[in-house]
Design a protein around this ligand. Structure first.
Ligand code: COD
Ligand code: ZN
Length: 391
């Protein structure tokens, strides 16, 4: 099963992983074969993996990815083995996994926008590691890596620049959430929008990522933080994380409500669902001169309606935010320091723990809206529908 022309792998063993074979089908938690790291790669024992909505986009087929694939892009773990030439981590290090890496050389990397690195984007979307091959297979059939991470598994082999060492005292479940939802959401507020102290902020969609935008807005000193969702439970979680006002969009027109609450429109509006209508709502909810930030990725081909005249006459800005415009080496240590000092209440984001083989139930819970964010822990289910419940 090793690719031809490569010397025998250092490691080649079966492990449990959640595989997507076809859009629309449940994930299959099965034994797959994992080959050890090649040059520049790292093998990580996964300690926790976050249940993010984005994986569900791949499950439904709204976002394309080569199949079959081991899903999971939000994770943390412990380094087991490093390939030749890897610097920065050694076995035993605790690491967060990065689903977007940077080559460090292209124009976007060298102008301070590593999240937009085109080299990395191409590599990550191929489903292969950087040498164009996979370390995953089952019965001799190649399986792809999702975004170079594939952490819905007991272990992962990832590119060396997709791991970042973290302090040993950060709980692994918290580190996993930091790897995607928290960085994506907090970064959208802090890095992309640079929310100003005293401003008004609207967040449409209070899931794991939207709640992280709320935390980022609070951290930035926003005076008014309005959460919009169609699930009253999510609005309650939003209040728990510092939202000052909430709007149930299933009962009220959110644009009208927000314009009233802010007396003319919000300074910033974040769309955190991935719906073109919500992008349009975000722009319409702005005050003149305000900035809307699209965080959610709509399905391929979706088009959002924007009033072109308003954009100019009211000098509104609409921009996107990918992975919180993060510069990982700088931002992750800061996130963990803010968490340790109680400035980012990440524990409140974590609602529930499931075992890896309960991954489909974890997604059912996410879709039912009963969890803010849940994580998968390695190991088989002991029954009882969830390893731990906090709410
Ligand atoms: N109006 C208001 N709220 C709504 C509506 C609506 N019409 N429809 C759904 N919602 C709410 C839901 O009730 C839920 O609370 C929330 O929107 C969505 O939350 P989750 O927990 O299901 O989703 P998240 O937070 O895990 O993910 C949201 C994203 C927008 C990040 C995701 O869907 C996405 O677009 N991913 C692709 C973008 C990407 O790759 N991001 C980086 C990796 S995550
Ligand atoms: Zn994610």
């Amino acid at each position: 099963m090793a690719a031809t022309g490569h010397r025998a792998p250092s490691y080649d063993a079966a492990m449990q992983a959640a595989v997507l074979y076809e859009p629309g089908r449940r994930l299959e938690v099965v034994d797959v074969q994992l080959e050890g790291p090649r040059r520049g790669e790292v093998r990580v024992r996964i300690a926790a993996a976050g249940v993010c909505h984005s994986d569900h986009h791949y499950m439904k087929g709204d976002l394309p990815t080569p199949l079959p694939v081991v899903l999971g892009h939000e994770g943390a773990g412990i380094v087991e083995e490093v390939g030749e030439g890897v610097t920065g981590v050694v076995p035993g290090d605790h690491v967060v996994l990065l689903w977007r890496t940077s080559c460090g050389r292209c124009e976007l990397c060298s102008t301070g926008r590593p999240a937009l690195c085109a080299v990395s984007a191409q590599q990550r979307s191929s489903g292969f590691l950087d040498d164009g091959t996979s370390r995953l297979s089952r019965d001799g059939v190649e399986i792809r890596h999702l975004l170079g991470v594939s952490c819905f598994a007991e272990q992962a082999v990832v590119p060396g620049n997709a791991v970042l060492k973290i302090p040993d005292d950060v709980p692994m479940a918290i580190a996993a959430l930091a790897g995607c939802s928290v960085m994506t959401g907090v970064g959208a507020a802090v890095n992309t929008a640079r929310v100003a102290p005293g401003s008004s902020v609207l967040v449409i969609g209070a899931g794991g990522v939207g709640l992280s935008v709320i935390m980022g807005a609070v951290l930035s000193g926003a005076a008014q933080v309005i959460a919009v969702d169609i699930n009253p439970g999510k609005l309650e979680m939003a209040r728990g994380l510092g939202a000052t006002d909430t709007v149930d969009a299933s009962a009220t027109d959110p644009v009208r409500a927000v314009r009233e609450m802010t007396r003319g429109g919000a300074d910033y509006a974040f769309e955190v669902i991935g719906l073109p209508e919500a992008i349009s709502q975000a722009v319409r909810s702005l005050r003149p001169g305000g900035t809307a930030v699209a965080v959610g990725v709509a399905r391929v081909g979706a088009v959002a309606e924007i009033n072109a005249l308003d954009l100019v006459l009211q000098e509104k800005t609409l921009k996107g935010s990918l992975y919180g415009s993060t510069r990982p080496q700088q931002d992750f240590p800061r996130l963990f320091e803010l968490y340790r000092r109680g400035r980012l209440p990440l524990d409140r984001l974590l609602s529930r723990e499931f075992r890896l083989d309960e991954v489909n139930e974890a997604y059912d819970a996410m879709l039912a809206g009963t969890t803010a964010r849940s994580v998968l822990l390695p190991g088989a289910s002991t029954g009882g529908g969830g390893a731990r419940s906090q709410r």
